[in-house]
Design a protein around this ligand. Structure first.
Ligand code: SUG
Length: 447
């Protein structure tokens, strides 16, 4: 049977706070603050070390080259690299430099949606790269994510990497952040969650945008060969989206026989739970937080439901929860109850991810969970699984290349671009990924 391997995205050297995502409450609240890319990357490495220490196979995915000069050139900024950056920094026409500089590829829960080989008709792991069409800065990730995942999962005996769905609002897809797979001895259920649809008869949020479409979710189920016997399509509750739950994984997560959710995660959460119980039987354990127990704003501010669920050898679970949820009375009490009650969760480990959480992504946002058998894990290319040596090398690499403060004005510094590319060039050697980035295949490093 497959078990989860985690692939975390390292926050990149351009991590800053630009407030680029409408409806992402934390990102909007911290817009304009000075960022600390080094702290974000070191905190992320510390989380990876913790997860690996729990016996979970822990991989790492590289940041993407930023600013994305190819996109700036397509927007009409021309000349040398320096001139392109200066032109983009000067314009009043949108915020092209901030948008193309985002390190948002760190949230690899949005990189792709996965179906494990035990569920697919051809017995291979299927991955569909997310188009992230709802936000311009995130849509820029898709081609490079495709190249990276295509490199790691190149072995066609085991893996199929599907191209992103066509990039348009109608097929907007945010990856695994809107997908939950549960399983018991009765079988598996895949929840393909969505927030909006071309159908006119569904409730819509009033304040904040929904991102994932029902149509995209259905396309993913088709691509992965998952029919009506296993696929469910619950709608995110617009009340939850309006409070800041732009992705499903801000209010719900699940794996194996355990589902934890806030009652505002889905339109009619009770009905979704009943449907799951009918399919999966009594082994399914559901921890439901009612509004009276955990108010929506506390759930969203702490990223409680973005805790990372780790399955230990033998099936017991540890919840890796954001430190923010420890300091908040209702969320801490909810977790105490979870551990005290007969759920599969034995204990909670706290992680501090303050530097990246300011941009509205918690522990589980930072990782792509890929269920892999031993044979499939051995077929993953590159040197991406952490061991003591790689962990040490990555720590040194961050110390060498990252700044510990980055303001929005600093994005105009052309040295930041060369620093970023130099760092990534070195990283792809460490990770044995080959020339996976465009800049490594074309003219080489800029002078
Ligand atoms: O898409 N934030 C990301 C956070 C993604 C969190 N992922 C999951 N929930 N799985 C987003 O909103 C903010 C960047 C900025 O404002 O500078 C940003 O892109």
């Amino acid at each position: 049977m497959p078990r989860i391997a985690c692939f975390d995205g390292l926050p990149g050297p351009t991590h800053c706070h630009a407030g680029l995502s409408p409806g992402n409450v934390a990102a909007s609240a911290h817009a304009g603050q000075v960022g600390n890319p080094k702290a974000a990357a070191l905190e992320s490495l510390a989380k990876m070390r913790l997860i690996r220490g729990l016996g979970v196979p822990q991989g790492v995915l590289p940041p993407q080259p930023r600013p994305d000069l190819g996109t700036l050139r397509r927007l009409g900024f021309s000349g040398s690299d320096r001139e392109v950056i200066a032109g983009a920094a000067r314009t009043d026409d949108g915020r092209p430099l901030q948008l193309t500089s985002s390190a948002s590829a760190m949230w690899t829960a949005n990189a792709a949606t996965i179906a494990p080989s035990c569920d697919t008709p051809d017995g291979r792991v299927h991955l569909t790269v997310a188009n992230l069409a709802s936000n311009f800065h995130r849509s820029l990730e898709a081609p490079t994510t495709h190249a990276v995942l295509g490199t790691l999962f190149a072995d066609a005996r085991h893996f199929v990497v599907h191209a992103p769905l066509p990039s348009s609002e109608s097929w907007a897809d945010e990856g695994a952040a809107n997908h939950i797979r549960l399983s018991t001895s009765r079988g598996a259920a895949h929840l393909f969650c969505w927030g909006k649809s071309a159908r006119g008869d569904v409730p819509t949020p009033a304040r904040h945008p929904a991102r994932q479409t029902l149509e995209a979710s259905r396309a993913l189920a088709r691509l992965h060969g998952l029919g009506g016997d296993v696929a469910l399509f619950p709608q995110q509750d617009p009340v939850g989206i309006d409070a800041g739950a732009f992705h499903t994984d801000v209010l719900a997560f699940g794996h194996d026989r355990f589902l934890m959710l806030h009652e505002r995660a889905f339109v009619d959460a009770e009905k979704v739970i009943d449907e799951l119980r009918a399919r999966l039987g009594g082994e399914l354990v559901v921890a439901l937080a009612r509004q009276a127990e955990v108010p929506l704003d506390a759930a969203i501010a702490t990223y409680l439901f973005n805790s990372e669920l780790c399955v230990l050898e033998g099936g017991r679970m540890v919840l890796v929860a954001p430190r923010h949820a420890e300091g908040c009375e209702p969320t801490r009490r909810f977790l105490d109850r979870l551990v005290a009650e007969p759920t599969p969760v034995d204990r909670v480990e706290w992680v501090d991810l303050s530097a990246s959480m300011k941009n509205g992504g918690g522990p589980a946002c930072l990782r792509l969970a890929v269920p892999l058998t031993d044979a499939e894990r051995s077929a993953v290319r590159g040197r991406v699984f952490l061991d003591d040596t790689l962990e040490r090398e990555l720590g040194k690499w961050v110390e060498k290349h990252y700044r510990d403060r980055l303001s929005l004005d600093d994005l105009a510094d052309p040295a930041l671009y060369t620093e970023c590319l130099g760092a990534l060039d070195e990283l792809t050697s460490l990770l044995e990924l080959g020339s996976v980035f465009d800049f490594q295949r074309s003219s080489g490093l800029p002078g």
